[in-house]
Design a protein. Structure first.
Length: 220
């Protein structure tokens, strides 16, 4: 077995031995199920039909490292990194992101340059985004936004690893939102660097679009 094979085998062995210590929660299992369901060319072709429902388009420049650029669904990112998400541009200008909206003004399509594209659709009180690599047609990221009474309650996302070894795992990131007196009051962020690792939580209070750090903890 070559060096790369040995390295991957060690990662797999380590993950197997961590299964009884660090388990996936229900939202993480859902994200993994979505990856397994949509990571094939047949599902890509079916989701591509969403583009036929695009009623109008918008464009933005910048925000390359963020999901959907100026339409990034994570509220923490919107507040903390607002200026880094990019800016709207006309269709004639050079742009980074292209967005497609349906007749009801719902965002149903997002494409970054010629690298990746995301199809967004709804199921009950959730909006699901499936992002593909443009050339390989493999799933790069899945995102689930959950709503209650019209309010965004959480956003959970799983992305493929950024190197050859992590490609066999998923990197999880999530945000949960709490409201008081009809206003956003708290944001909890959750990071997890693989299916069978600890989760790292941070909590922030929100006051007039200003974040105040409260504390952090880990869970299994």
């Amino acid at each position: 077995m070559n060096m790369t094979g040995n390295f991957i085998q060690k990662i797999f062995y380590r993950s197997e031995n961590m299964r009884n210590i660090y388990e996936m929660n229900e939202s993480e299992k859902l994200l993994l199920d979505l990856v397994n369901k949509y990571n094939n060319i047949e599902q890509y072709r079916e989701l591509s039909l969403i583009k036929e429902d695009i009623f109008r388009s918008e464009y933005s420049k910048g925000g390359e490292i963020y999901l959907r650029g100026i339409y990034c669904p994570f509220i923490y990112r919107q507040i903390q990194d607002n200026k880094k998400l990019g800016k709207s541009v006309s269709s004639k200008a050079k742009y980074s992101y292209e967005y497609g909206f349906d007749l009801y003004n719902d965002l149903i399509y997002s494409a970054y340059s010629d690298e990746r594209e995301e199809f967004i659709f709804g199921e009950n009180n959730s909006r699901i985004g499936i992002e593909y690599h443009n050339f390989y047609k493999t799933v790069e990221r899945v995102t689930v936004c959950d709503y209650k009474d019209g309010r965004l309650m959480s956003v959970n996302s799983a992305a493929a690893g950024f190197n050859a070894a992590e490609r066999f795992a998923l990197l999880f990131y999530g945000e949960k939102y709490s409201y008081e007196n009809d206003r956003l009051a708290f944001i909890e962020t959750i990071n997890k660097r693989g299916c069978y690792y600890k989760r790292y939580h941070r909590n922030y209070s929100v006051n007039e679009d200003k974040l105040t750090y409260i504390g952090e903890w880990t869970t299994n």
